[in-house]
Design a protein around this ligand. Structure first.
Ligand code: ADP
Length: 152
């Protein structure tokens, strides 16, 4: 079984995340969208909401699952038998960050392969943090989140 973990905060899920996951569906038998619970990272939307939104977006995708985890991403990968870590790449800044993490993860867990999908050009400027900023200041970011996700 080709199992991939797509880790992130998904605070909230964006059309950028949605696109990466949907494009990866034909590549893997199972994709686990894994929400990392990082103790020192302040979240904007409650974890229940973030899970609910992802579940809604992928309700017709039987190979996409949702999970929460704490601790190291590679330890979660080991636990669920995933040999692939899926990440999206937007910019060279993403690349430089991902390169470090990916190379260290490979050293800690040699069986893991990090797979990168380039974001679509129209998603390059999009991030969860920009959505939080818009919504936090009273704006409407609905065009940046998947259909059906209501950011309230
Ligand atoms: P993190 O907390 O690790 O930054 P995110 O929830 O922001 O997690 O992102 C999870 C994954 O989705 C990362 O691989 C990130 O590069 C990718 N990603 C985020 N935004 C986009 C986007 N607009 N287009 C494509 N991939 C994206």
């Amino acid at each position: 079984m080709r199992i991939a973990v797509f880790p992130g905060s998904f605070d909230p899920i964006t059309i950028g995340h949605e696109s990466i996951i949907k494009r990866a569906v034909p590549m893997f038998d199972k994709i686990i969208v894994a929400i990392g619970k990082n103790a020192d990272k302040k979240n904007f939307y409650p974890i229940e909401k973030r899970i609910e939104w992802i579940r809604l977006v992928f309700s017709h995708y039987p190979t996409v699952e949702i999970a929460e985890y704490s601790g190291l991403t590679i330890d979660f990968c080991k636990k669920v038998n995933a040999r692939f870590l899926l990440r999206g790449l937007r910019t060279s800044a993403d690349f430089e960050f991902e390169r470090k993490v990916g190379q260290i993860n490979k050293q800690l867990y040699p069986e893991i392969e990090t797979i990168f999908l380039l974001s679509l050009p129209e998603h390059t400027s999009l991030s969860s943090s920009i959505i939080r900023e818009i919504e936090g200041l009273g704006g409407d970011a609905s065009q940046f989140v998947p259909l059906g996700v209501v950011l309230k």
